[in-house]
Unconditional design. Structure first.
Length: 237
């Protein structure tokens, strides 16, 4: 799977990608990026490589989906902001992180389902909880999906992205900021997948995330939202 992503025209400099994109390796070109993924399946389970992460996924009792992956989460760099808004802040922490995900179907055909994800490691902990629905989806996985989630973080993860230490405050002139653990954001996403031919699929996605007040009030945060539009291509062997 290969992705080409267009972010909103005023990309938040404190983030390297949306929370949906944890563990995918992004290469930003201005406000564009690309990423890749390879997966292999022989019945159940499925194994995959996605950027700097390797993982495993399986379906249980037709109503539960479990996924686990281990990856390297890169931190923010000063160069991520083209207009110098991150100058003097240095690099934020990087480290190995574990991602656990559970989905539970509320209908036999997975038309409605709940989803929960927890990302945890040296960088802190992030939790994502929400619900999704499949609109006109086919047995081969094509069709539309619409979802809504809420995200929560601990203090370590929050300040990694949006905090300003005493040293950083002195170097940049920004006010010292300590972001509390708790609510982070609410987001919605719309996905579409369809076959172009026997082997190739096209995949589109639009994401919109609104930050809570603790995050949007941070001097690092440029906006109180983040938006992305992505187009991907999948080759089925």
């Amino acid at each position: 799977m290969f992705w080409i992503v267009k972010c909103d025209g005023d990309k938040n400099p404190s983030r390297s990608a949306s929370f949906y994109r944890r563990f995918y390796k992004w290469r930003w070109l201005g406000c564009w990026a690309w990423a890749g993924r390879v997966q292999w399946r022989a019945g159940e389970p499925l194994f995959f490589w996605a950027g700097e992460a390797i993982g495993w996924r399986t379906l249980a009792r037709d109503a539960w989906l479990f996924q686990a992956s281990v990856g390297y989460e890169e931190g923010r760099e000063e160069g991520d902001s083209e207009d110098g808004r991150l100058d003097g802040l240095g690099e934020s922490s990087s480290g190995v992180a574990l991602l656990l995900e559970v989905r539970h179907a509320l209908a036999e055909d997975w038309r409605y389902f709940l989803v929960g994800r927890v990302l945890t490691g040296e960088i802190g902990t992030l939790g994502i909880f929400g619900a999704e629905t499949c609109l006109g989806c086919q047995p081969d996985g094509t069709g539309w999906e619409v979802g809504a989630v809420a995200t929560f973080h601990d203090g370590k993860f929050a300040n990694r992205d949006f905090g300003v230490t005493t040293r950083q405050s002195i170097d940049t002139g920004l006010p010292e900021t300590d972001v509390d653990s708790g609510y982070r954001s609410t987001g919605i996403n719309v996905n579409y997948r369809n076959y172009l031919n026997e082997n190739w699929q096209i995949f589109g996605e639009a994401l919109y995330e609104v930050y809570g007040s603790d995050v949007s009030d941070s001097p690092i945060s440029r906006n109180d939202y983040e938006a992305e539009i992505g187009v991907g291509f999948i080759y089925v062997f």
